[in-house]
Ligand binder design. Structure first.
Ligand code: NBP
Length: 483
């Protein structure tokens, strides 16, 4: 074979990734797609590219140099399993199969185990950045064995986005680690987008500013500590005018948010791990609420607050509120990222991955949807304290939260008083105050649990496990710990 890397699945993502690979010095790319017309189209549209088209899996395998390496970019789920089954038949021990689709990490763990039996390496790699990222440089989160990373590392480094001179790819950890981290990336993306949407809604409803005027606010924010791809594109979307009606595009788009499921995976996994990713969960639920028009329609008669915002704030008052909202957004964003990294930390402990959290934050600085300056601060925090249990307790973030908290509280209070839903702002603040609290009412919950289920409790003043004889004389006994 002459090709050093192959791509199976030539829809948008696969063909762009194949073109990206072919554009790098020294790469010759074997390409295969189930429906052969896509393969022919790609090759004929890009005569300059070093492609070796294959009409069958056997031809594909024959066109690859050993040890073979191939990236699968097909629809996640059954299609991925079907392609793996075919590749395993034509590949040999030592070869590498990479799944670059959006697989659920537990599927990746299962596939890695099954493929490893054949002596072939299987690498689940999260790839972020959409179509453009695939073509010009994505952020890549590969899992899999150390052995496969030796072959794969240089190839992936050559096609990844570059941030501050460093390629946005690192070997995340074994088996499903890469897809796990990609999943959490998407969860954080949901939270970030929801927080931005809440900020926009609050500004609009409190100041009456037009979407175009709010676009200017976001463009301004993008020059400061909030600088990020998502803030940048928010300004672009808000500025867009609908050609047909002349209205702001945001006002003609149906207000029902779609989802492909990776946000829900992040939350489901967090529930299993017992990690409170409340900001991410609110973002996922906010999309769910939006997509139930039949429920929203019948809720029109629900009473709102007496002090619904009457007159819009103007001039300095409006400016002051916008600054408060900016701070609330920044603080809530810190919480969302902190919760996401908490989930990665917990996942690593659960699945026995050794994940460098600082390296994860660095490969998100370019190519992916949540790329932002801010990620450098996260990298700094983990450089100073690699075992930091809660990201937001790093000095830099403590300072930022301290600076923002008054504004954050005012904004959440305003939203509640005015009847404007701001679930991600509110739950992020509640999480922050939960972490801060010296005592939590969890003590009462433990008492309730002991009352109805004899679930026992621990005491603050001595070791042991205790139970009060609630239905007897209500004396306390020391319980045998059955856990
Ligand atoms: P799609 O997710 O739309 O999948 C289409 C591809 O899957 C085609 O090449 C199709 O072949 C192939 N395929 C199917 Br469907 N069933 C197959 C089977 N049984 N055997 C062989 N091939 C089969 O493509 P995409 O939007 O390019 O996404 C590819 C992957 O990348 C997905 O896992 C996606 O989640 C992930 N991803 C997408 C984005 C994005 O922005 N779109 C971003 C990041 C990751 P055919 O041509 O013969 O039907």
């Amino acid at each position: 074979g002459v090709a050093n890397i192959g791509v199976v699945g030539l829809a948008v993502m696969g063909s762009n990734l194949a073109r990206n690979l072919a554009s790098r010095e020294g790469n010759t790319v074997a390409v295969y797609n189930r429906s052969h017309d896509k393969t022919e189209l790609l090759v004929s549209e890009h005569p300059e590219a070093q492609f070796v088209p294959a009409g069958s899996y056997a031809e594909f395998a024959a066109s690859l140099r050993t040890p073979r390496a191939a990236i699968i970019m097909v629809k996640a789920g059954r299609a991925t399993d079907a392609v793996i089954d075919e590749l395993v038949k034509v590949f040999e021990p030592g070869d590498i199969i990479v799944d670059g689709g959006n697989a659920l990490f537990t599927d990746t763990i299962r596939r890695e185990k099954a493929v490893r039996e054949t002596g072939i390496n299987f690498v689940g790699a999260g790839i972020s950045g959409g179509e453009e990222g695939a073509l010009k440089g994505p952020s890549i989160m590969p899992g899999g064995s150390d052995e496969s990373w030796v072959t794969l590392g240089p190839i992936l480094r050559s096609i990844a986005a570059v941030a501050e001179g460093e390629p946005c790819v690192t070997h995340i950890g074994h088996d499903g680690a890469g897809h796990f981290v990609k999943m959490v990336h998407n969860g954080i993306e949901y939270a970030d987008m929801q927080l931005i949407a809440e900020a926009y809604d609050l500004i609009r409803r409190a100041t009456g500013k037009s979407p175009a005027e709010i676009a200017d606010v976001f463009a301004e924010w993008n020059r400061g500590e909030l600088e990020s791809y998502l803030i940048e594109i928010t300004a672009e979307v808000l500025r867009q005018v609908d050609a047909e009606t002349g209205m702001p595009l945001v006002d003609v788009i149906l207000d029902q948010a779609g989802a492909k499921g990776t946000g829900a995976w992040t939350v489901q996994t967090a529930l299993d791990l017992g990690v409170p990713v409340s900001g991410i969960a609110e973002a996922v639920f906010a999309r769910s609420l939006s997509s139930h028009p039949e429920q929203r329609a019948v809720s029109g008669g629900l009473p709102g607050p007496d002090d619904e915002i009457g007159d819009h704030l103007t001039g300095e008052d409006a400016d002051a509120l916008i600054e408060q909202i900016r701070l609330a957004l920044y603080a809530s964003k810190i919480v969302a990222y902190s919760q996401g990294f908490d989930e990665i930390r917990a996942g690593a402990a659960q699945y026995d991955w050794s994940i460098d959290l600082g390296a994860v934050s660095k490969i998100w600085r370019g190519g992916c949807i949540i790329r932002a300056q801010f990620l450098n601060r996260i990298a700094d925090a983990y450089a100073d304290a690699p075992d930091l249990p809660v990201l937001l307790t790093a000095p830099f973030f403590v300072e930022a939260l301290g600076r923002a908290q008054r504004a954050w509280r005012s904004v959440v209070a305003l939203a509640a008083a005015a009847g404007i839903p701001a679930p991600a702002f509110a739950s992020s603040l509640a999480y922050y105050d939960g972490l801060r609290a010296e005592r939590l009412p969890a003590a009462l919950v433990q008492g309730q649990r002991d009352f109805f289920g004899a679930h026992t409790y621990k005491r603050i003043d001595k070791d042991g496990t205790f139970h009060t004889l609630w239905s007897g004389d209500r004396t306390e006994i020391e319980a045998v710990d059955t856990h």
